[in-house]
Design a protein around this ligand. Structure first.
Ligand code: NAD
Length: 292
């Protein structure tokens, strides 16, 4: 297969070549984080337009970063020439770790794992950037569930130091250790957390965001809520955060948490209404706010 790229300088367990599936908000951020730390990246998406936009976004970010600025956009572009892999044809075969960052839907994610896993090296790690879906559920059907874990980056990846490393029921200690080392290599602060809907951070964060959305339906002005949260000390208001995360992603995540936690998280109907009206947040220019 012409698309196969061998991992360049791999010591035992170290990640030198990463694969990222899904070239959206998170896939771009994760790919850029790798390039900035000298880890080569294969980026994949099933929509050619999304892949092209994703590559542009990764190169833009990597070439303007302090770490890569000195070596200019050329290096970023040279590295980015690696990207554009097709997982279904084994295009990610040489990767030491593959991180899936597609839509928050367990069936879609499992379908992708089934396509990718047979092409991977035996000791390659497969990881999901899911926000809320239990890792043990996603591991169903895998041939090597011991090599599978959650690796949950936060948005925007360039700014957020935390990464949750999530242990599924069958994840091996070796996989967890390698993901912890890899997260550190990317300059992140890993925290190993237990499996479960929303893991640690989103279990805390989603009810907070959801209460803000409910207040909007009660007639409280959006700016009043966000301003109060910021004056309280949050870096960004909860409604602006919905727009940054993506309303569709919030909707899917809310559904997973509701299914697991029942009336402890009854999703605000306004989130589904915004998605229905094609207001997806910053990614398409409109959400709770108009961004265009
Ligand atoms: P996004 O909508 O910006 O991007 C998803 C990308 O996946 C799109 O480019 C789409 O074309 C691609 N895709 C869809 N189906 C595919 C397939 N079958 N094969 C290949 N590519 C496919 O989504 P996002 O916000 O980047 O979220 C991705 C994942 O990361 C989700 O699981 C989400 O829950 C999680 N996450 C999101 C955030 C956030 O703030 N947005 C934060 C942490 C984790």
């Amino acid at each position: 297969d012409k698309q196969k790229v061998a991992s360049p300088r791999r010591k035992s367990g170290e990640v030198a070549l990463a694969g990222v599936v899904g070239a959206g908000i998170m896939g771009q951020g994760i790919a850029a984080a790798n390039l900035k730390r000298g880890v080569r990246v294969l980026l994949a998406d099933n929509r050619p337009d999304a892949l092209a936009a994703g590559i542009e976004g990764v190169v833009r970010e990597a070439s303007f970063d302090k770490a890569t600025r000195g070596v200019s956009a050329d290096l970023a572009i040279e590295r980015a020439a690696m990207i554009g892999a097709r997982p279904e044809t084994g295009g990610l075969a040489g990767a030491d770790v593959v991180i899936e960052a597609v839509v928050e839907n367990a069936d879609v994610k499992r379908q992708i794992f089934a396509e990718i896993e047979p092409h991977l090296q035996d000791d390659a790690i497969l990881a999901s950037n899911t926000s809320t879906i239990p890792i043990t559920t996603l591991a169903e059907g895998l041939e090597r569930p011991e090599n599978f874990a959650g690796l949950h980056f936060f948005n925007p990846v360039r700014k957020m130091p935390l990464v949750e490393v999530i242990r599924g029921a069958k994840t091996s200690d070796d996989t967890i250790e390698r993901l912890v080392a890899y997260s550190k290599k990317l300059g992140k602060t890993p925290v190993v957390v237990n499996d479960g809907p929303g893991f640690l951070v989103n279990r805390l964060l989603m009810p907070y965001m959801n209460e803000a959305a409910l207040m909007v339906s009660e007639g409280v002005p959006i700016k009043t809520i966000d301003r109060a949260a910021k004056d309280f000390g949050m870096p960004m208001g909860p409604l602006e955060l919905h727009d940054v995360v993506g309303l569709d992603t919030c909707l899917h995540a809310g559904r997973v948490l509701h299914a697991a936690l029942g009336d402890r998280i009854e999703q605000a109907p306004i989130v589904a209404q915004l998605v229905e009206a094609d207001r997806l947040g910053q990614k398409n220019g409109k959400g709770f706010y108009d961004w265009a």
